[in-house]
Design a protein around this ligand. Structure first.
Ligand code: SF4
Ligand code: SF4
Length: 329
C-alpha cells in the first residue's frame, strides 16, 4: 500500500437513510424525523458489488442509517441484493428497535431478513436512545432476536444498559445531564454531529491551542472502513461530514476507494498530517474565532471548524452533505 493510500477495506456501512423517528443527542449523522433521503435499491446493490470486488467479507458489511426499519421493504430488498452482488449475505443491520411494537411484527421481520441473508441484528440501546424509544420495545426485540437468530445473531450497543433500560424521556434536564455525563465517562462518544451541540458542554474543555496537534492518519486512512450515504457520498471510517468522493455508476465505490489520495483534497490532507489544528488558519480567514470556553477534544474542534466553513459557504466538495451541518440547536 502506498504511504498515502487508503488502507484496504475490511468493513463498510450503507447508511440507507437519514430518516429516523428519534433525534438522539449523540447522533453523529444528525438523523431525525425531518430528514428524508433514502438510498435506491439499485444503488445499494452497486455499492455491495463494489465491496465484493474489494474483497470485503460479508461479516464486515452492515446496513444502518438513520433507521433502516423505517423503510422495511427497501431494507429487505437491499439485504436480498447482497447475494447477487457477490457477497455471502449482510453482516448486520442496525436499529434502535422503535418498530418492535409486537412479538408478531418482530418475528416476521427478523425471519424475513434472516432468510434474505442478514446474519445479525445490531440493537442500539442507551440513555440517548431511550429518550425516544420505549425500553419495552428494545427488550422485546432483543429477546425475540435471541430466539429467532440465536445468541450469535444479536449484537447490542450498550449491552449493560439493555439489561435494565430506563425510559429517559421524562427526566428533567438536570437529571438527563447527570445521566449523560456519567454515561459519557463510561462510554466516550466522538464529539461531532449532534453530540457537539448537546454533549460536549457536559465535558471538560480545553482551549483550541492546547489540544494535541496529532494528525488524523489513523481514523482517516487506516480505519479500513467507510460509510456510504443515500446519495453516494463516502465518509472515511466514522468521520461523518468528511467526504472522500461520491460513488456513482461512472465512479463505483471500489474505483473511488482504490484511487483516492489525500492530494485529491487539500483539506483532508491537512487533517491527515496535522489534525484539526491544521484547519485553523483557513477557518480564521473565513471568520472563525475559537471558542474561549474551549473544546472537548480534537474532534469537537474539527466539527466546529467544518460546520463554520459549510455555513459560510467555504466548504467545497470534501465537506457535506450541507444538511448534516445545518442541524438546528
Ligand atoms: S436512533 Fe440512531 S440514527 Fe436515529 S437519531 Fe438515534 S443515533 Fe441517530
Ligand atoms: S479530528 Fe476530525 S478528522 Fe480527526 S478523527 Fe476527529 S473528526 Fe475525524
Amino acid at each position: 500500500m502506498a504511504d498515502d493510500a487508503f488502507a484496504p477495506l475490511t468493513a463498510a456501512g450503507l447508511l440507507m437513510t437519514d430518516w429516523c423517528p428519534a433525534r438522539c443527542r449523540h447522533c453523529y449523522v444528525c438523523s431525525g424525523p425531518e430528514r428524508s433521503a433514502w438510498m435506491a435499491v439499485e444503488d445499494a446493490a452497486a455499492h455491495l458489488a463494489a465491496l465484493a470486488r474489494l474483497g470485503v467479507p460479508a461479516d464486515g458489511v452492515h446496513v444502518g442509517g438513520g433507521e433502516p426499519f423505517g423503510g422495511f421493504d427497501r431494507l429487505l430488498a437491499i439485504v436480498r441484493s447482497a447475494s447477487d452482488a457477490g457477497l455471502d449475505g449482510i453482516g448486520y443491520v442496525e436499529t434502535c428497535g422503535f418498530w418492535a411494537t409486537s412479538e408478531a411484527v418482530v418475528r416476521n421481520r427478523l425471519r424475513a431478513l434472516a432468510d434474505a441473508g442478514m446474519r445479525q441484528v445490531s440493537i442500539s440501546a442507551d440513555p440517548y436512545h431511550q429518550e425516544f424509544v420505549p425500553p419495552d420495545r428494545v427488550r422485546r426485540l432483543y429477546e425475540a432476536a435471541r430466539t429467532i437468530l440465536g445468541p450469535d445473531g444479536v449484537r447490542v450497543r450498550r449491552w449493560k444498559w439493555l439489561q435494565a433500560p430506563r425510559d429517559t424521556s421524562a427526566l428533567s434536564n438536570a437529571d438527563l445531564r447527570r445521566l449523560f455525563t456519567d454515561f459519557l465517562r463510561q462510554y466516550p462518544e466522538r464529539m461531532t454531529g449532534r453530540a457537539a451541540t448537546h454533549l460536549a458542554p457536559l465535558l471538560e474543555r480545553v482551549p483550541a491551542g492546547e489540544l494535541p496537534e496529532k494528525g488524523c492518519r489513523s481514523p482517516l486512512l487506516e480505519s479500513r472502513h467507510v460509510h456510504v450515504l443515500p446519495s453516494g457520498e463516502v465518509y472515511p471510517g466514522t468521520c461523518a461530514g468528511l467526504v472522500l468522493g461520491r460513488a456513482t455508476a461512472g465512479t463505483p465505490l471500489d474505483d473511488l476507494v482504490r484511487s483516492w489520495r489525500p492530494a485529491d483534497s487539500p483539506r483532508l490532507a491537512r487533517l491527515v498530517s496535522g489534525g484539526p489544528s491544521a484547519l485553523l488558519a483557513e477557518a480564521r480567514r473565513h471568520g472563525f474565532t475559537p471558542d474561549p470556553a474551549g473544546y472537548a477534544g480534537p474532534c469537537h474542534l474539527c466539527w466546529m471548524i467544518r460546520r463554520h466553513l459549510v455555513r459560510t459557504g467555504a466548504a467545497g466538495c470534501d465537506l457535506g452533505p450541507v444538511a448534516l451541518y445545518e442541524e438546528p440547536p
